[in-house]
Design a protein around this ligand. Sequence first.
Ligand code: SAH
Length: 350
Amino acid sequence: MKKQKKTFILDIEPKQLYSELKPFVAEKYKIDQIIQWIYQKKVLDFNNFTNISKELRGNLSSSFVLRTFTNIKKDESILDGTVRYTFRTYDNKYIYAVCLPNENKKTVCISTQVGCPVSCNFCLSGKMKFVRNLSRGEILEEILYIESDIRERISGVLFMGMGEPMLNYANLKSVIKTLISKKEMNIGKRHITVSSVGVIPGIKSLADEMFGVRFALSLHATDDKQRKKIIPNNFDAKISDLLDACKYYLKKTKSKVTIEYILLKDFNDTSSDAHRLARLMKAHNLINPDVQVNLIPYNETNSFDYKTPAQIAILTFKKILKVSGITVNIREPKGLDIGAACGQLGKVNL
Ligand code: SAH
């Protein structure tokens, strides 16, 4: 394994930079300038930090690196302008991030792990062997690289790429702090969404830390047996406990919760499933404007036999939820032609 000799500066929390950089810089305002160059101006080359001395730039370059990804590849969808970025990590693994254009804004969907240890049996990311967590710096590098590439501030971040964010909680937390800090990336917390397969202690911690970001639960089923079939590694979480965790999240954060529901033909797409989902949400007091159900018609891949339901089944499912008073939305797949849609981030497209 190739080792990095220099320290990756994005791995260091900005507040620690004041002590880490002391050997090179005595003045606090100069460290503030460095933080601005990185997190506000998204400049990923010390040589371009023009308002600091050449000597300091040289010192920074000899001890730290600002980037670790190489062999960066971009694929752009001709269908909707979605861009999928493939990054090679320092240890020669590949990860993905997606930039989603939405009207005049751009949102990024980022990975938190190399591969995914949960291995839901419909998701390509889970088919990749799990290798390791991404570091704080690597997760931020995905975002900062995209921002410097598009020369535009992104308006939102979705933790919905490869990996299970709650299993990399310490780094997730450190990244969120940087994203929402006014002195750092200054992204509104309502524009950040963390999606989880349902790791209850993680959901509770995220609620307790009071970041107030949005939370999305990958529910995908209406009874525990059915859910276990598609999510065998379900951390022994019962659907009713997961919905209670959503309730807890709402109460603690006053933020919004999304329930994600993949529609798999002839598996979980019947009218009875829709009615059962509505009943479950009612029983858990989750029918209110702060909770939205996102129906995700399955994006087919060659690796699994699941099929996308017929349009009529999708619309009927939606209608049943709607008449029950649930806010419901059908998620349109983005970047289908470049393997950038939900569940497609698994193959190396080099
Ligand atoms: N591990 C987290 C973050 C990944 S989010 C989680 O499970 O929430 C990615 C979303 O895409 C999840 O809701 C996942 O279940 C969904 N997904 C996976 N494969 C899919 C596919 N082929 N079609 C549509 N959605 C898929």
